[in-house]
Design a binder for this molecule. Structure first.
Ligand code: FAD
Ligand code: NDP
Ligand code: 3IO
Length: 419
């Protein structure tokens, strides 16, 4: 017996054994009276704040070690909001009045930190949700998370709010010959500044807002960027007629049909930017707002990149065929040398990797199946915030609706409890 006790005592101090026990033993179970919110980005914070204001407590789980990890850890230094601040504020607390129209990334992060403090939202950091499943017998959600050491916890709750975002994972395309290329290849989510590419020839793949702005940043740091454009794209000036293009569009949409507003945007863009097709940027057949509405594809809001394309500082290239040691062969048969490649190829949702549910969320793209504005609510207490392809404005709408809906059930439960 003493011998067993001695082994037990030694094991209690053996990190290898503790690690093994943590991994193999049953997860600790925590009953949560209110909803569990997965993700502490703007969407998770907005939902937690709206719930808090209605007296509903929640638990926020975040895989990273900070709030708004997309903004703090995965964006480049020169980033600013590209919609004016009044279209990007979260419910219940506006931006400080001394913020500029287009706040910098740091200002936006400061605002979110202040927002979390104001509503006393304290996410559980370094907890990655690996599985969430509805228990049909018990009528509860079971949400499993694991921390950095592999220690598992199971949260049991009535409501589950998915706030993991449209940008949860980088989209990295398979490119033939990738292993052969000897230069640096990275996604925009790990690009900070053109400083480290000074003097280098860099190929930027993808011409969404990230790709266009990274090219400009590279130019400003005396690197030599080329841009792969494989499809059509709408480039609009960020401002027109002394107003933000986005604000002006929203205002015009109150009076005019979308097609007419699109026509207007295209005429003004043509007057301000010229014919973008002349520089290798063909426009889609549908107008910018109609395309955004139908497919979710965001128009590029130009902050100076187009001028650099016109001046020849940024070269436009076709799709990549394959990579070689220090060169890229393009679909048109031409080969050119490059020191580095930056993939500005976008992001994807990670919901299908952890949520065991397929009625509300599509397994294909990890977005709610129901189109806007009905995608926020599923069955059995399941909700989605921030999957509308409408930026922070969409987040605010979802968060308010979700909090109202949960509040109704919460109050009904409380009444039943009193009886
Ligand atoms: C470069 C860039 C600029 C943008 N600029 C604008 C803009 O100007 N205006 C605008 O309206 N929108 C903009 N957007 C859109 C963007 O989607 C929103 O700004 C916003 O970040 C969305 O918030 P979110 O909380 O839904 O998602 P995120 O900010 O991505 O937050 C989701 C959180 O969930 C966490 N998470 C993911 N999976 C798990 C898991 N399994 N377990 C636990 N936690 C998890 C992530 O770590 C992350 O912190 C921009 C996006 C990008 C990429
Ligand atoms: N200042 C701001 O506020 C900024 C906002 N954003 C926002 O962040 C979100 C993500 O933007 P972003 O990172 O640009 O991603 P996007 O998804 O908007 O753009 C990705 C681009 O990459 C292209 N692409 C994808 N795969 C390939 C490939 N294999 N070869 C060539 N091209 C490819 C796509 O082309 P195709 O269309 O043909 O698929 C598309 O043009 C958007 O909502 C955007 O508006 C981003 C940066 C700045
Ligand atoms: O940054 C984004 O992509 C957003 O989701 C917000 C946004 C930018 N430009 C737009 C045009 C129409 C609707 C939303 C946006």
């Amino acid at each position: 017996m003493d011998c067993l006790r001695e082994i037990e005592g030694k094991q209690a101090h053996d990190p290898m054994f503790i690690e093994k026990m943590n991994k193999s033993s049953k997860p600790r179970c925590i009953m949560v009276p209110g909803p569990v919110i997965v993700g502490a980005g703007p969407s998770g914070l907005a939902t937690a704040a709206c719930l808090k204001e209605k007296g509903v407590p929640s638990v926020v789980l975040e895989r990273s070690n900070c709030i708004a990890s997309l903004w703090q850890l995965k964006t480049y230094n020169r980033l600013r909001l590209h919609l004016p601040k009044q279209f990007c504020e979260l419910p219940l607390m506006g931006f400080p009045s001394d913020f500029p129209t287009y706040p910098t990334k740091q200002q936006f992060v400061d605002y979110l930190e202040a927002y979390a403090r104001r509503f006393d939202i304290r996410p559980r950091f370094n907890e990655t949700v690996s599985q969430a499943e509805y228990d049909d017998k018990l009528k509860f959600w079971r949400v499993r998370s694991s921390d950095l050491k592999g220690k598992k916890v199971e949260y049991v709750c009535w409501w589950l709010v998915v706030a993991t975002g449209e940008n949860a994972e980088a989209m990295v395309p398979a490119i033939e010959g990738r292993a052969e290329f000897d230069g640096d290849i990275r996604h925009t989510s790990s690009y900070k500044s053109g400083e480290e590419f000074r003097g280098k020839k860099v190929l930027v793949v993808g011409c969404g807002n990230s790709g266009m702005e990274v090219c400009l940043d590279l130019c400003n740091h005396n690197a030599r960027p080329s841009l792969v454009v494989r499809d059509t794209v709408h480039v609009l000036p960020r401002e027109m007629l002394g107003r933000s293009t986005f604000g002006l569009s929203m205002w015009l949409l109150r009076w005019l049909p979308m097609r007419l507003v699109d026509r207007f945007l295209l005429i003004v863009s043509w007057l301000m930017l010229g014919d973008t097709a002349r520089f290798g940027l063909d426009r889609p057949r549908l107008g910018p707002l109609e395309l955004k509405n139908l497919s979710g594809k965001t128009p590029v809001l130009d902050v100076g990149t187009l001028a650099k394309i016109k001046s020849g500082d940024i070269k436009v290239c076709p799709s990549i065929k394959r990579l070689k040691r220090y060169a890229v062969e393009f679909e048109n048969g031409k080969t050119e040398n490059f020191d580095a490649i930056i993939l500005a190829t976008g992001y994807k949702s990670n919901v299908p990797s952890w949520l065991k549910e397929t009625n509300m969320f599509s397994e294909k793209d990890g977005y709610p199946r129901k189109p806007f504005p009905n995608g926020w609510k599923g069955e059995c207490g399941l909700y989605a915030v921030g999957f509308t392809k409408r930026g922070l404005l969409g987040t605010s709408m979802d968060a308010k609706r979700i909090a109202e809906d949960i509040e109704r059930c919460w109050k009904a439960e409380a009444k039943q409890g009193q009886r």
